[in-house]
Design a protein around this ligand. Sequence first.
Ligand code: TXA
Ligand code: MG
Length: 319
Amino acid sequence: MDIISNPTQVEIKKAAQALKEGHLVAFPTETVYGLGADATNEKAVSRVYSVKGRPFEHPLIVHISSINQLSNWAIDIPEYALKLATEFWPGPVTLILKRSHLAKDFITGGQNYVAIRVPDNPIALALLENFENKHSSGIVAPSANRFGAVSPTSAIAVMAELGDHLSNSDLILDGGNCSVGIESTIIDATTEYPRIIRPGAVTSELIAKHTSLIVGFDYSKSQIRASGLLKSHYSPKAKLSLKYPVNPGDGFIAMENIPTPLGAIRLAAPKTTEQYAKELYAALRSGDERSLKHVIAIEPIGAGVAEAIRDRLGKASSK
Ligand code: TXA
Ligand code: MG
């Protein structure tokens, strides 16, 4: 497959055409790279599952170019969900809503609910707009990694994850490193009150500040199946621990102010929690590239995106 760096409008148009023809196009979003397919094409979607090695009952997020497309995919949308979409789209928020007739079992894992988001990345948005021009449709895009592995935040990482599984007519659009670096906040909007079922850069505090909505947490009791909710996920090949001791030769990830233990190999030294989120997956990947056996990550403290980082580290370290 071809990797297209900094694609032009013409190249993005061609990529939209490739999607329409049933091929897969990996593309950047602000969170992580997604492996895109026409959300209405069962054959293309089934290739997404096989390329990822993902079990069929794990549903996919439909990406759309704007809130105007929402009613194509979802029905009975609660007022609070519209408020969230208006405030945070384009952005790293996914809403789970009751599905329309367009959202078939092969993207929802047979559930009556569909996950939807508008990504905040110029290449993703241009791809979606071009694709919708042809279709009035959407693009399903799970993170472009093998099932259970670390999400890619660069085109090279997509290549490393899926290069052996993609075919010649598939494409990778290279838009550089993702700005957020961890997957979107998923909000269950199928009940009377919204609940976060996967934490991300958009936190309950941020939501309260911007919308005055109170959003609950429910990572465990949700009726909804989400593979990111499995206890173990986002895992590098190295064994990841979140506690000292750190031995010589171990990989080490921590905020900049935490010194590198003697003999350890520093994989990231972010100055802020936002930077931690942005660098985390690349750091885990670089540990694997160096064939490190053991990586220690010291969790960031506090609220905000730090909570989502702790969620991912918890899962990545649980094998
Ligand atoms: O930031 C993101 O959300 C990235 C970018 C590419 O948009 N996508 C992403 O997709 O993380 P994925 O498939 O790797 O993770 C989406 C999670 C999965 O755990 C999936 O099970 C859950 O969302 N999900 C998707 N559709 C759902 C649905 N209808 N009901 C419940 N969970 C759903
Ligand atoms: Mg994923």
